[in-house]
Design a protein around this ligand. Structure first.
Ligand code: MG
Length: 328
């Protein structure tokens, strides 16, 4: 079946679409009440975030639009130190979109939400005339435990910078697909739930964390350095990237430091907790390639500096301009 303007009318076709696709995929006690807003138990400290997902193609090696729409929002909550709890899902459907694709996306969202331990409790659908594309917005609420304070300004000289695995996988997978390059690169699109949970349970002194997404590691570390007025010193030989991703980057003149991921954590921790952090991440789901990549230093000019393989120094700025549109 194809999406028509009637599916966005608010009438019976809309009702059928909601019933057949979304209510079926996300059935839970809160959503099933079908009220105008979800009333949910609260907490004293709440984290709230939203993100829209327009990735093209919607189905790609290692994931799809639905998995991405859950991971992006859940991961933003997790790296704020929050436990993700509730999500909303808004769909913008262009006429001609395939309901089979929509069902696949809805199912993938439901599976990923379950993996991440979150409930989809509210949603919306709009239909616009177009070329059959599907766009998703997710907003998420998480609860932050007392005493947890993960923020950029907390980074201080001596802290250790750790990344949870190989750089650039998601970006490289989308890019390969779009350019028709054959390889076995898969998107790393995944919830960071297990990794972040391990850090909380392990009592790690986390200063700040970010998920490595659009703009790559270079951009997120520049944000942390600017927020804390420090310099992040990285060692090029320590930066993890899969050989296939390095190969693709070499071929296209790209730098893994600027390639987006969708399931990687960059975390700054107290020096005495660095070793424990790497161990905890490596023992967690999706964290097997975690490693330390550098240290935080005092500096007059905040920023990111890379010690190159040959021992030289290179200033690493944030991504300037747009690397590749519609990777997320
Ligand atoms: Mg983020």
């Amino acid at each position: 079946m194809k999406i028509t303007l009637a599916h966005g009318s608010g009438g019976t076709s809309t009702g059928e679409l909601i019933e057949q696709v979304f209510a079926k995929a996300y059935a839970n006690p809160v959503l099933s009440r079908m009220e105008d807003s979800a009333v949910i138990p609260g907490a004293s400290r709440i984290a709230l975030t939203t993100d829209s997902f327009v990735v093209s193609p919607a189905f790609f090696p290692g994931g799809d639009l639905g998995r991405l729409a859950i991971c992006g929002t859940v991961n933003d909550l997790l790296v704020s130190g929050a436990e993700p709890k509730y999500l909303t899902a808004g769909f913008i459907l262009e006429t001609g979109a395939d309901t089979e694709d929509l069902e696949k996306i809805a199912r993938s969202m439901a599976e990923t939400a379950e993996e991440a331990g979150v409930m989809i409790v509210a949603g919306d659908t709009k239909v616009v005339e177009g070329k059959g594309e599907i766009f998703v917005n997710t907003a998420g609420v998480g609860f932050v435990a007392e005493g947890v304070d993960w923020r950029g300004p907390n980074c201080r000289p001596g802290d250790v910078i750790i990344v949870s695995g190989n750089l650039g996988d998601h970006h490289a997978a989308i890019l390969s697909r779009r350019m028709g390059i054959e390889n076995d690169i898969l998107s790393d699109c995944a919830p960071l739930t297990d990794m972040v949970g391990a850090l909380h349970r392990g009592g790690v002194a986390v200063r700040a964390a970010r998920d490595v997404t659009r703009g790559g590691l270079a951009t997120v570390l520049n944000e942390l350095a600017a927020a804390s007025g420090t310099r992040f010193l990285l060692e090029e030989t320590l930066l993890p990237a899969a050989p296939a991703v390095r190969g693709l980057c070499g071929l296209l003149g790209l730098d893994p430091l600027y390639m987006g991921n969708e399931g990687k954590l960059a975390v700054v921790v107290a020096p005495e907790d660095a070793e424990k952090t790497v161990e905890l991440l490596r023992a967690s789901r999706y964290g097997e390639n975690a490693c330390r990549i550098g240290v935080v230093e005092a500096a007059e000019e905040p920023g990111v500096l890379l010690i190159t393989e040959l021992g030289g120094q290179r200033v690493i700025g944030p991504l300037f301009g747009e690397g590749l549109p519609r990777i997320c």
